[in-house]
Design a protein around this ligand. Structure first.
Ligand code: HEC
Ligand code: HEC
Length: 329
């Protein structure tokens, strides 16, 4: 579902209240929950997924054989790197906070600014980015072709083409499609296990809806399905006091439209407990900080610390499990 960009219209002042009202159910009388359980993807070919998993950990995809996708997307630790900006080839620093590679199937697009339409087309960006993997396709393909066991696996999976840009992208994309962290407390609760959420988590969920967080963070991934402006109710970038960078322009860099200035894909909160620091600029070190900033700049509210703690407890309930993810507490 695409509602368009939130935050650039007459609704600016009243929309949050409006949406909060929409979802604030009177004592749980049968309502459609704005968050749905994550669904596993069906129909993936296990051989291609396994090939994708191998490639994801393969530094030969980089210019000097040192940096794999997993270098920045640590699967055991939530799928990102817990750094303000990532460290790429030859120790270079990137320009933006890394995103997780879990739970991507319901996203409208990929990257903070949505510049990749599909997971397949995304692969070229990190692979060729001189600050990230600094690779190029012809070299990477030639190198991989020398690996006989890999060539034979590709031959089976993609008989027509063997090792190719298309096959590599497809295998990585399908592997990422398989990275769905299922069976979170929230999903068990949504499926009817009313003991799955504790009292504080339930209070947190109610607050999440009543404050209006749910207007932007919703659906299976609790985010990822719309774009929104950072600073709907206040000038976040002015108040931040650090110089404005190109990446701060968000979707404007993709579309060139004034309306898209400072607009980002709303991040999924499913694994937010794993992926500190927060925001595209990593300006919030903790979840508490991120919740307070969201209250102030997206909703025009000062959220008291008790409510912040309840919302944080709710965010913990969103994290599911996957064999490659270490077990959460
Ligand atoms: C040097 C660190 C680094 C490496 C290596 C790297 N990434 Fe990333 N990844 C990032 C950063 C930083 C972002 C956020 C960039 C942005 O949004 O502009 C990101 C974003 C992504 C996203 C978008 C997630 C979303 O919610 O939209 C996916 C998917 C992804 N990377 C997959 C990969 C794959 C596949 C590889 C290997 C081919 C890879 N990455 C290699 C740092 C890295
Ligand atoms: C108007 C839409 C909107 C509303 C309302 C909103 N958010 Fe966000 N949220 C965003 C956007 C956009 C970002 C990314 C901002 C950035 O990186 O600059 C974000 C980022 C976050 C992050 C950081 C995620 C990460 O991986 O870095 C958290 C946590 C978060 N929001 C929680 C909340 C909570 C809690 C509320 C309610 C108090 C809320 N949000 C309300 C749009 C919204």
């Amino acid at each position: 579902m695409k509602i368009g960009n939130i935050g650039h219209s007459l609704l600016r002042r009243s929309w949050a209240l409006l949406v909060a009202g929409l979802f604030a159910n009177a004592r749980g009388a049968s309502v459609i929950e704005p968050i749905q359980p994550l669904q596993p993807v069906s129909g993936l070919d296990p051989e291609i997924v396994a090939l994708g998993e191998k490639l994801f950990h393969d530094p030969r995809l980089s210019g000097d054989n040192t940096v794999s996708c997993a270098h920045c997307h640590k699967l055991a630790l939530g799928g990102s790197d817990n750094m303000p900006v990532s460290v790429g080839i030859r120790g270079q620093l990137g320009k933006i906070n890394a995103l997780t590679v879990y739970n991507l199937n319901t996203h409208i697009s990929y990257f903070w600014d949505g510049r990749a339409a599909t997971l397949e087309s995304l692969v070229s960006f990190p692979l060729q980015n001189p600050l990230e993997m600094g690779g190029n396709w012809p070299e990477v393909i030639a190198r991989l072709k020398k690996d006989e066991s890999l060539a034979s696996a590709f031959g089976k999976a993609f008989p027509a083409e063997g090792i190719s840009r298309h096959g590599i992208s497809r295998a990585l994309a399908d592997f990422m499609r398989s990275l769905v962290a299922l069976d979170s407390p929230m999903d068990r609760w949504l499926k009817g296990d009313k003991s799955a959420l504790g009292k504080q988590q339930l209070r947190g969920y109610r607050l999440f809806k009543n404050y209006g967080c749910i207007a932007c963070h919703q659906g299976q991934a609790v985010g990822g399905n719309i774009y929104a402006s950072m600073g709907v109710m206040g000038d976040y970038f002015n108040d931040r006091k650090t110089p404005l960078n190109k990446v701060d322009k968000g979707r404007f860099n993709v579309t060139g439209r004034e309306d898209d200035m400072h607009v980002f894909k709303v991040p999924s909160l499913r694994l937010a407990v794993w992926t500190a620091p927060y925001f595209h600029d990593a300006s919030a070190k903790t979840l508490e900080e991120a919740i307070v900033v969201m209250g102030r700049y997206q909703l025009g509210r000062d959220i008291p610390s008790r409510d912040v703690q309840d919302i944080k407890a709710f965010l913990h309930a969103l994290a599911g499990q996957h064999p490659l993810l270490e077990v959460a507490e």
